[in-house]
Write a protein that binds this ligand. Structure first.
Ligand code: GDP
Length: 182
């Protein structure tokens, strides 16, 4: 089955987003404590695709060795990635583009891994500020990328962006089914 991977810095709101997308509050556990999602979890959605929950990266207060373990997991996942269609890189809409996120996107690009950006916690900013923050991202990304990657603006607490993300995924799934039939 096709896979879609979700990844981002610890505390970016990944568990909350996964809960929103799956609409099953008990499926992925959220917590106010960063760095809790440690291993790779797969969730079967609509019986036709897998949502892959990758470990959060860049949490300052974990040891060097556990950082290495995270990195190894993540790199291994992306190296094999047979079923991966696209990755979703989550970034907190409130913050300026962070080097670790930009570097990670760069790495995905260099390895030919398609990705979209999911801006999280949009309820924390006014619409105008959201627009400004997205523009800052665009300007920085367009220094290295030809086009702005596909992106979504979401809020798990206000249920924003859920349909857009799910429809995008279903659309890619349908395209692949068509491709495989021709
Ligand atoms: P993870 O570490 O990336 O899995 O992040 P969590 O989903 O556990 O969220 C980290 C913190 O951010 C928690 O305190 C959440 O309640 C909060 N949070 C997550 N998503 C949202 C959101 O859309 N809006 C707001 N206001 N807070 C959020």
């Amino acid at each position: 089955l096709p896979e879609y991977a979700f990844i981002g810095r610890s505390n970016v709101g990944k568990s909350s987003l996964i809960n929103m997308l799956t609409s099953r509050k008990s499926l992925a556990k959220t917590s106010g404590r960063p760095g809790k999602t440690q291993l790779i979890n797969h969730f079967l959605i609509n019986k036709n695709w897998h949502l892959v929950d990758l470990p959060g990266y860049g949490y300052a207060r974990v040891s060097k060795s556990s950082k290495k373990t995270f990195q190894k997991f993540i790199t291994q996942y992306f190296t094999v990635r047979e079923q991966l269609v696209t990755a979703f890189v989550l970034v907190d809409i409130r913050h300026e583009p962070q080097p670790i996120d930009l570097e990670f996107m760069q790495w995905l690009g260099e390895n030919g891994i398609p990705f979209s950006i999911i801006f999280t916690k949009a309820d924390k900013l006014k619409p105008k500020a959201i627009e400004n923050h997205v523009d800052v991202y665009k300007n920085i990304l367009l220094e290295t990328w030809e086009d702005m990657p596909n992106y979504f603006i979401t809020s798990s607490s206000k249920d924003i962006g859920k349909d857009e993300v799910l429809e995008y995924i279903e659309g890619l799934n349908e395209n692949m089914e068509l491709d495989s039939k021709t």
